[in-house]
Design a binder for this molecule. Structure first.
Ligand code: HEC
Length: 184
């Protein structure tokens, strides 16, 4: 190979190298302008989701106890109509589609006589050591199938915490002796 062939080959190689480097610089420029936008957006979503989403979603359910003192049992009685299709609320505490709810506040889970609970509810009771305190009831009634996956209670849920507070203020009166309101 003579030197002029080598020179033109080298020149061609350098030319290609120059084009590649230019392309890489240009595309890096494009990449760099795009990247911060994407990252900034993603961080925003992660933070927003953490702050606004978490209390409403599973992480930390909103406590109903602080609302009970000012909740309205009369409104709760009206809300109970949604439950009455399946549950009784009198002292006879007969079972219907669901177990009778007399004395339900603080009653151990899945212990009503004569009611055939789902395997999911029986397991949730942990041998009768879990009771329906205000927060358990509030979470269950918010989304029954989420709180007790596999429960046979076919009820969509009461999403508004004010509605649940009113309902619980009423449910505590469905008892021989109303359960005390939680201490502030
Ligand atoms: C479509 C019928 C239906 C409706 C409506 C319904 N439930 Fe139920 N409920 C059931 C069934 C069935 C069970 C038993 C669930 C199981 O064994 O998994 C149950 C179980 C329960 C339990 C557990 C009782 C125990 O002895 O452990 C509570 C508390 C309860 N329901 C409250 C309510 C409340 C409050 C409402 C209204 C906001 C309501 N339910 C609406 C059918 C219903």
């Amino acid at each position: 190979m003579n030197s002029s062939y080598f020179n033109s080959a080298a020149g061609g190689f350098l030319g290609i190298l120059f084009v590649l480097m230019t392309l890489s610089i240009v595309s890096e420029g494009i990449y760099h302008t795009a990247a911060p936008e994407t990252e900034g957006f993603m961080i925003e979503v992660a933070e927003g989701g953490g702050e606004a989403g978490a209390p409403v979603e599973e992480a930390a359910p909103e406590l109903v106890a602080p609302l009970l003192a000012s909740a309205d049992p009369a409104k709760g009685e009206a809300i109970f109509k949604k439950c009455a299709a399946c549950h009784t609320n009198d002292a006879a505490s007969a079972n219907k589609v669901g177990p009778g709810l007399w004395n339900i506040v603080n009653r151990p889970v899945a212990t009503h006589e004569g009611f055939k609970y789902s395997a999911a509810m029986t397991e949730f009771s942990q041998g009768g050591t879990v009771a329906w305190d205000y927060e358990q009831l509030s979470q269950f009634v918010t989304a029954p199938k989420k709180h007790v996956p596999g429960t046979s209670m076919g009820f969509a849920g009461l999403k508004k915490i004010e509605d649940r507070a009113d309902l619980l203020a009423y449910l505590r009166t469905v008892a021989d002796t109303p359960a005390p309101l939680p201490a502030e």
